[in-house]
Design a protein around this ligand. Structure first.
Ligand code: GDP
Length: 366
């Protein structure tokens, strides 16, 4: 599955947020056979109003949201890249995720100790980034040592790689992350980044953890983070982790009531999940039958047969065509049948790139 890692300094609210994420969805997550036993990994259903709108129309026996995984990555402290704290352990975890939710403490509370003695989100962000950059620099330099020997021996491919590595090294030596540069990289440079699984090449969203007042109006700490994030082109989400933990314990009317009192439309967690989803560059398509209406996750740009393969490998293998109705058309027409009669069902072949919101029926040979 697609994974989003939660990182941040100790005591900023990572576990509180992670527990809220997994708590609020425990009942649903229990339905997933692949739900892992690792206590640091949570399988979280993606809240998507469209799924329930489709279900209202189709009236299936079962409704199944799509999921992403959140991983609570503890142990990232100053000096971690040199083995401080849990040291290198956390790095393996970060390597395995597709995106990073960086939790930043933006609440002041004397009862909660800060590892560096004061609340300062920009310094905290810098501390974490330095560790990731140092680790990447180590990976790049190690590789450079190896490949430059081959390059000197006249290997052309090695020479191209050395060039790419030098460029990466330069960025990292300035203390910058690789991710913001990815778009301008050549294919060779991208290949090297991927090969080394660089930590700073993953997309990041900042999750500012505020107190209740901070929710209503940005405090100065949140504003600092927003300013930084804007420069990096990274999204910022604001939550009160403590409150989210309380919300996660509630259900139904009780939950609605607390949300109303707080002037919130939905739990902040929903926003965290949806932003995480966006960060991973994923799109959702739906299948809608009498048995089940279900949301599926694919990487943007996935073609119809491979999308079908998410459901079952047989459907990919025997793929004939996809019958596609747009979500908006279904809502407007009120039934799948009406869409068909109006010619709103398209027949798409194996080169069709599945779009977000497609409702698909796959035809295949068994
Ligand atoms: P972690 O080390 O980053 O996983 O941090 P924890 O989630 O364990 O939180 C550290 C401490 O901060 C705990 O005592 C939490 O109750 C407290 N905490 C977490 N979020 C908030 C918050 O939004 N406001 C306040 N006042 N305290 C919080």
């Amino acid at each position: 599955g697609f994974k989003c890692g939660i990182v941040g300094l100790p005591n900023v609210g990572k576990s509180t947020l992670f527990n809220a994420l997994t708590n609020s969805t425990k009942a649903e997550a229990a339905n997933y056979p692949f739900c892992t036993i690792d206590p640091n990994v949570g399988v979280v259903p993606v809240p998507d109003k469209r799924l329930y709108k489709i279900a209202e129309i189709v009236k299936p026996k079962k409704v199944t949201p799509t999921t992403i995984e959140f991983v609570d990555i503890a142990g990232l402290v100053r000096g971690a890249s040199k083995g401080e704290g849990l040291g290198n352990q956390f790095l393996a975890h970060i390597r395995s995720v597709d995106a990073i939710a960086h939790v930043v403490r933006c609440f002041r509370d004397e009862n909660v100790v800060h590892v560096d003695g004061s609340v300062d989100p920009l310094r905290d962000i810098e501390t974490i980034n330095v560790e990731l950059v140092l680790k990447d620099l180590e990976s790049v330099e190690k590789r450079l040592q190896k490949v430059s020997k081959q390059a000197k021996a006249g290997d052309k491919k090695a020479r191209a790689e050395v060039e790419a590595l030098e460029k990466l090294k330069e960025i990292l030596e300035r203390g910058e992350r690789i991710y913001p540069y990815l778009d301008e990289f050549s294919e060779e440079e991208k290949r090297v980044v991927k090969e080394l699984a660089l930590l700073t090449a993953k997309p990041v969203m900042y999750v500012t953890n505020v107190d209740e007042e901070g929710l209503l109006e940005d405090n100065d700490l949140v504003r600092q983070v927003r300013e930084l994030a804007e420069k990096e082109g990274a999204p910022v989400i604001k939550v009160c982790a403590k409150l989210e933990a309380e919300l996660a314990e509630l259900e139904g009317e009780e939950k609605e009531e607390l949300l109303r009192e707080l002037g919130m439309e939905e739990p902040g967690l929903n926003v965290v999940i949806r932003e995480g989803y966006k960060l991973l560059d994923l799109v959702t398509f739906f299948t809608a039958g009498e048995q089940e209406v279900r949301a599926w996750t694919i990487k943007r740009g996935t073609k119809a047969p491979q999308a079908a393969g998410k459901i079952h490998s047989d459907i990919e293998r025997g793929f004939i065509r996809a019958e596609v109705i747009r979500y908006e058309d279904l809502i407007k027409e009120g039934s799948l049948q009406a869409c068909k009669e109006k010619g709103l069902m398209r027949l798409e072949g194996k080169d069709y790139v599945v779009q977000d919101g497609d409702i698909i029926y796959f035809r295949f040979n068994v």
